[in-house]
Design a protein around this ligand. Structure first.
Ligand code: COA
Length: 157
């Protein structure tokens, strides 16, 4: 990771700062309990940290799970204050490199069709739509939104 930022493993003590970003970044944020569970079960949880005003500050994070030869990106987020500067793409590259190092052949993720920034990012990084999950997400009106399932071959990329 460049952009003056360092990637390191997420700790339980990071969750408060992460929740502060998560709640600004997503219309339907994860709860603190979900992050705690991800750490407990041993998912690959990473934070992106940058020195701001002499203080190490979390500016992004991602949660990855690898089972056999498949990696799933469960969360990938950049602080809205610094989105649009290429950092999300760099973090996604780090995710793919982590998958390759750990023998993942394919990378999967789910994304809301309404999340244009994320869909564009994944498409431009070579992910393809491979399916959808009906009524996967809740939306603001108590209705449900489908998820697009996207995948990328990590072996031949
Ligand atoms: C999706 C997200 C990670 C992108 O991070 P980012 O640092 O803002 O993205 P980057 O600056 O690296 O941009 C990479 C590409 O994403 C797409 N993109 C980013 N912002 C966009 C926007 N506002 N509208 C449309 N496309 C956008 C573009 O394809 C862009 O490439 P380009 O700059 O060559 O056009 C970030 O918007 C985010 O954290 N969103 C909230 C959390 C989230 O939705 N995560 C994904 C869950 S599946």
């Amino acid at each position: 990771m460049s952009h003056g930022a360092k990637l390191r493993r997420m700790l339980n003590d990071d969750i408060a700062s992460i929740m502060e970003i998560e709640q600004r970044a997503y219309p339907h944020p994860w709860t603190q309990g979900i992050f705690e569970d991800c750490l407990r079960v041993g998912y690959a949880c990473w934070v992106l940290e940058r020195e701001i005003n002499n203080q190490k500050t979390i500016i992004g994070y991602m949660v990855l799970s690898i089972a056999v030869d498949e990696m799933h990106i469960l969360n990938l987020c950049i602080d809205p204050k610094i989105q649009g500067q290429g950092i999300g793409r760099a973090l996604l590259l780090d995710a793919q490199n982590y998958g390759k190092k750990n023998n993942a052949a394919m990378c999967f993720l789910e994304v809301r069709p309404s999340n244009k920034a994320a869909v564009n990012l994944y498409l431009s990084e070579g992910f393809n739509e491979v399916g959808f999950r009906k009524n996967y997400y809740r939306d603001d009106n108590g209705k449900r939104e489908d998820a697009i399932v996207m995948a990328k071959d990590l072996l031949f990329s």
